[in-house]
Design a protein around this ligand. Structure first.
Ligand code: RBF
Ligand code: MG
Length: 304
């Protein structure tokens, strides 16, 4: 009884940020790719059916029902390699779960972990590399043809849009760091934020009364709240003479710069954020990013 309901839901699951880009890239370069999951094969099919071009991109699909032991046992990956006619030692596993990382290593493969649970990096020590997001994947490190879509230290992304009242930070952040951020209430955006990994992004910011400005922002985990709470901290690259708490801020987020990082000192954090600002400032003049400045979304009255 439950299965048909789930089958319907699987069609609505959004791909991870960067997943489609990766699948298309590997396919265009003729790299053999298999999908190996503990889920039953039929469920895997239902899950990927709604993503155009995915099914054709996998040379093999191995479900948990096709092997005796699921992950963390190596069986599923060993079987996938066999179906690709590849030696396990030539295979790279990309995994979001700890079980999967262990299975990949047990299969004698290279393993890149992209943990789906935030802040769990330490547990993924068995992996050969741990990255925050598929956007951070550098294929050249693994002897594969690199992505060619990075431009001047930025990665164009599928744009996304958020707007809300500026809640805090403008003025206070500026006293501590010299970097005033016009924060948005993250709890209002939990759905859209769960689709986007933490990191440094940029784009255009529209303030109803002031106009449209360049913007660089951090999306990150707020240590004062649960691990599942992210903060959105846009730094509008303009000197304002006044605060504007409560005012509607609309953001078009169109590019990615880097993952969140830890710094040994406040000075190095500030230096890095300033560098992000310079990168965004320059990139936003490029035609592929500049064109979004005129979006009606950035000018709209939120009460409309
Ligand atoms: N905080 C971090 O701990 N690591 C980062 O890599 C980081 N990058 C940021 C990048 C930008 C563009 C901005 C605006 C903020 C960033 N922050 C980062 C958050 C910063 O620490 C925060 O804005 C201040 O602590 C004020 O709340
Ligand atoms: Mg998995």
């Amino acid at each position: 009884m439950i299965t048909p309901m789930f089958n319907e839901k699987w069609g609505n699951i959004k791909a991870l940020a960067g997943a489609n880009r990766l699948v298309q890239h590997l396919r265009s370069k003729g790299v053999c790719v298999a999908l190996a999951s503990n889920s039953p094969r039929e469920n895997i099919r239902a899950k990927i059916a709604c993503h155009p071009g995915w099914e054709e991109s996998f040379v093999a699909i191995v479900g948990g029902d096709e092997v005796t032991r699921g992950k963390p046992a190596p069986d599923i990956f060993v079987e996938a390699a066999k179906r690709m006619n590849s030696d396990p030692s030539n295979c790279i596993v990309i995994e979001d779960s700890l079980q999967g990382v262990l299975a990949g290593k047990a299969a004698d493969m290279h393993v890149i972990a992209v943990p789906s649970i935030p802040k769990s990096t330490a547990e993924f020590g068995a992996a050969d590399e741990v990255i925050n997001s598929l956007l951070d994947l550098r294929l050249e490190k693994w002897g594969l043809t690199p992505f060619v879509d990075w431009i001047e230290d930025t990665l164009p992304i599928e744009p996304w849009f958020i707007s809300g009242p500026v809640i805090k930070g403008y003025g206070r952040g500026s006293r501590v760091l010299g970097i005033p951020t016009a924060n948005l209430p993250a709890d209002k955006f939990s759905d859209i934020l769960s689709e986007h990994t933490s990191g440094v992004y940029f784009g255009w910011a529209g303030l109803r009364k002031q106009g449209i400005y360049k913007m660089v922002m951090s999306i990150g985990w707020n240590p004062y709240f649960h691990n599942s709470e992210k903060t959105i901290e846009p730094w509008i690259l303009h000197d304002f003479s006044e605060d504007f708490y409560g005012e509607e801020l609309s953001l078009a987020i169109i590019g990615y710069i880097r993952p969140e990082a830890n710094f040994s000192s406040v000075e190095s954090l500030i230096e890095r954020i300033r560098e992000d600002g310079r990168i965004a400032e320059k990139a936003l003049d490029l035609p592929i990013y500049a064109c979004y400045k005129d979006l009606p979304y950035l000018r709209r009255d939120q009460n409309d």
